[in-house]
Design a protein around this ligand. Structure first.
Ligand code: DSN
Length: 435
């Protein structure tokens, strides 16, 4: 960051402190990760300078198939960035074994928008997971384009098991006859049966969209059922378990490819972010290596170990545990007297542990206060932490819970957390250069 240091000390300070926060704190936000230096390099490269509206191919009029030999951009000078985007597309197709990949969405939200527009019309009905039960804003919240443009009917988890009840989802689907069923989640700790969702969708003649953002890395490694054979369209982000740059991704069957492409550009976006697309290509290359599977496996082992250790410390977990990379602590209701999710998030922060408050199913607090804390293992696994560290982390969390009002004790834990983190170096050369 030597150039910024000279030209803009104020910005440099903010960036330096963020680097120190990421490396010195325990990162337990389930949707975050630390990218490789290769991905950082691509994301910070001169590819940011290039306009490239269009695609690195055109649809052949003769065959109605994608032809990489036909120039598909609205600007000159795209021959090299075309190579980067082609690499990203072909690698995504290889990883997820899908017929078509669009790597241009700037985010998961925009990927979702393009996917819905490719399949249904404003006013149509979408059956999707309720936000407070683990869904996402773009799955139908009234303040998102999804709730604004579509008629949303929510499904939730079962009150007792806190897991999906597929018979109940089917019952709602038969009753409301949605044009589209949407599954995938931001805060659901259990495996999702995409095949069952397909059966339900077929029965009511609905399209099926799967937002696999959280579990994309597990799917890439073959550790969770893939939605690709079942969904009409699969959307994702690239920065969660998949460990790429912040961005979106759409996978689909060939029959939807043209519509997906059209709804990404020009439907919902202009020029693609070519530096980010190159960074996606770099991350996909990493996801194709055998070590990536080991990494994803360790994420899951760590999640199971952390979940067990938290239960042993006396915490209640939503649905009792985890099948994936995340878990949710249910801190109890206001009447039970423990801290809210908001309070616990603040106390964890004071102790150098970053996590986020989250509603739990059937929460009685407002979403901004919430009764849960969501924890995930992707970032700490990237740092090299394993089972023994999970037990230590559960103990840190328990101590924060016990002393959540005691700033002095939280500051003491923060020191211990910082020493603990320093044993798992991250971006060591960047820290060294910016000392
Ligand atoms: N905001 C993301 C998360 O934290 O889960 C969802 O996209």
């Amino acid at each position: 960051m030597q150039y910024i240091k000279k030209s803009d000390p104020e910005l440099y300070q903010a960036m330096l402190r963020e680097l120190q926060r990421q490396t010195g704190n325990l990162e337990l936000i389930a949707s975050e990760n630390f990218v490789s230096r290769a991905v950082l390099e691509a994301a910070g490269s001169v590819l940011t300078n290039k306009y490239a509206e269009g695609y690195p191919y055109r649809w052949s009029k003769k065959t109605d198939k994608i032809n990489y030999d036909l120039y598909g951009r609205y600007y000159g000078g795209c021959e090299f960035i075309d190579e980067a985007e082609k690499l990203a597309i072909e690698r995504a197709k290889t990883i997820f074994k899908c017929e078509h990949a669009n790597v241009q969405p700037h985010s998961g939200s925009q990927a979702n928008m393009a996917a819905y527009f490719a399949l249904i019309k404003p006013g149509d009905t979408i059956l999707s997971l309720e936000l407070t039960h683990g869904g996402h804003l773009t799955h139908g919240h009234p303040l998102s384009f999804s709730g604004y443009l579509f008629n949303i009917v929510p499904y939730g988890v079962n009150r007792e098991t806190e897991k999906f009840d597929y018979d109940e989802i089917r019952r709602i689907a038969l009753e409301v006859k949605p044009q589209m069923i949407l599954t995938g989640a931001s805060a659901y700790p259990r495996a999702i049966n995409f095949a069952r969702f397909r059966e339900i969708a077929d029965e009511v003649k609905a399209k099926l969209v799967v937002d696999m953002a959280h579990i994309a890395g597990l799917i890439a490694a073959g550790l969770h059922q893939s939605p690709v054979p079942y969904a009409d369209i699969v959307t994702s982000t690239t920065h969660k378990t998949l460990r790429g740059p912040r961005g979106g991704l759409i996978l689909c069957k060939e029959e939807y490819a043209k519509d997906v492409d059209r709804w990404v550009f020009p439907g919902t976006q202009g020029g693609p972010l070519m530096h980010i697309i190159a960074a996606k290509a770099a991350a996909f290359q990493e996801a194709l290596q055998p070590e990536f599977k080991e990494y994803q496996n360790q994420i899951m082992i760590n999640a199971r170990t952390l979940a067990k250790a938290l239960r042993d410390e006396g915490f209640n977990l939503v649905s009792g545990g985890t099948d994936n990379h995340l878990m949710m602590i249910n801190l109890g209701t206001e009447e039970e007297g423990g801290p809210s999710g908001k309070k616990m998030e603040e106390s964890l922060d004071l102790a150098g542990i970053t996590a986020n408050k989250n509603t739990v199913p059937f929460d009685t607090r407002k979403p901004f206060v919430a009764s849960g804390i969501r924890l995930g293992t992707p970032a700490i696994t990237t740092r090299g932490m394993k089972e023994p560290e999970m037990i230590r982390i559960a103990n840190f969390i328990k101590r924060v819970f016990n002393d959540h009002e005691n700033d002095e004790k939280l500051a003491k834990i923060k020191e211990e957390v910082s020493t603990f983190c320093s044993k798992f170096p991250l971006y060591a050369d960047l820290l060294q250069e910016n000392r």
